[in-house]
Design a binder for this molecule. Sequence first.
Ligand code: HC1
Ligand code: SF4
Length: 574
Amino acid sequence: TVKVTINDMEVEVKKGTTILEAAKKIDIQIPTLCYLNLEGFDIANEKASCRVCVVEVEGRPTLVPSCAEKVTEGMVIRTDSPQAVAARRMNVELLLSNHPKDCLTCRKNLNCELQDLAQRLGVMEISYEGERMRYEVDQSSLSLVKDPEKCIMCRRCETMCNEVQTCGILSAVSRGFASYVGPAFELNMVDTSCTFCGQCVAVCPTGALTEVNNVRNVVDALNDPSKHVVAQVAPAIRVAIGEVFGMEPGSITTGQLATSLRRLGFDGVFDTNFAADLTILEEASELVHRLEHNGRLPILTSCCPAWVRFFEHQFPDLLDVPSTCKSPQMMFGAIAKTYYAKKIGVDPKDIVVVSIMPCLAKKTEAAREEMDIDQMHNVDLVLTTREFGAMLKEAGTNFSKLPPSEFDNILGESTGAAVIFGTTGGVIEAAVRTAYEWVTGDELEKVDFQQLRGLEGIRSATVKVGSQYLHIGIAHGLGNARKLLEDIRAGKSHYHAIEIMACPGGCIGGGGQPYHHGDMEILRKRQEAIYREDAGMKVRKSHENQEVLKLYEEFLGEPYGDRAHQLLHTHYSP
Ligand code: HC1
Ligand code: SF4
């Protein structure tokens, strides 16, 4: 260890610790715009580009960036000296001099780290006002908006995209004053192999990268009396949206969600979890089918649309490996516009399906034409957790104080197996609960598969199912997924089934969730809440969902049968 003194306080830290991290240990928060360290995920952006974190080190002629400088024995550091504070302020003012400053109408208003820092440093005027760089806003995709004028070159997005997701879409374009981060050859995002995972958006400190906002479209639909507007809520929303309203991370707000949607005027208030149970019936059937008929193994889960885009672009030779199941979001839409439409006697063309999702890629997935039914999209509009939170704020909803209520029936019942879809490891655990009982014919007494849980990037486990051993792999983060895919390509994979989620943590860490500003404790709390919600449910296996069973009986026929194939399965193209 190394002993150092920061602002007259002694602290002992591990060798190799940066000044910034050492200061954090004694609750001294040095401001920074570019630094990012997602603990436990091996994700760090240490480019020292913003120079907001500069501090004074005794014996050094110039200020040093605390995010990049490692402590040495006996170092004496001041984070609050007049020189350090003045330099910090000047660096923020320089950034602001080349920044649009349209904060009132910016998509990032009150969530912007640059705005927050300017306020904390008391910046009231810009001493260096000069010329500003002008760029077009890229609104080419259905998922994200890129506004290069708001890029401050912190390069967190680049680290996320290139190192964590290994997608390689974003890098520095131009030089010096004119530089910003974007795709090579100034391509529009939609023309790249971007997966729309939104992890770049999740870490952008300013309004340079944000989601496409669909709140106005949803409000318009709700105000149109000729439309029957239904909502579905993804598993991971219920453990995260409370944060938008100042609740503790990991607060479970399932009942408040149902009430809030009803108050906003939705005609049907439903749960994506219903469709997650449905997905398990299809996916477990497909797995059993492949096992019994010498089918292609391993089977890969297909509910994460960023992951789907990733393998379509990067592994076009392996398109027969993933499950053909549509995601729960899309299965929900397909059932809402057929079975449900018939039941309530409404023309499916007048039904608007709105999804509340933790994800930006879900916006692009909703428009995938190969999933359309009678030239109708399964899902019409997708809001992220953040957008839905904003919509509730706009309506003045006191979310945390809402009385809880239940989802509506016929597309509202769900089991504990469905809620765990929201975290890495959950989809495969849900599938195992069902496959086990189907294959063995025995009742599964202990439904918790601890060996599938956790937050490590790649995990594996072996589960005994009757006389067989199922080898299961799990990856989250696309860089981790790539490793498992490369093994499959090389013929070295020994797994029967693999679950992949594009975002670190799975949907709890989705690109549309409330900003966690690098605090990984928040992800852990969301994950714990997911498992708590599951443990508290009476029914915890998808094949015991009575509404889903009734749907098969009245409408779909057999799981993995003809009707199910038509409505609930899809195909992939490079
Ligand atoms: Fe997910 Fe899924 S779990 S993909 O992580 O399979 O987005 O929450 O809705 O569709 O159910 C996201 C979450 C979500 C789907 C389900
Ligand atoms: Fe890269 Fe994902 Fe951002 Fe696309 S959405 S640029 S893949 S991090």
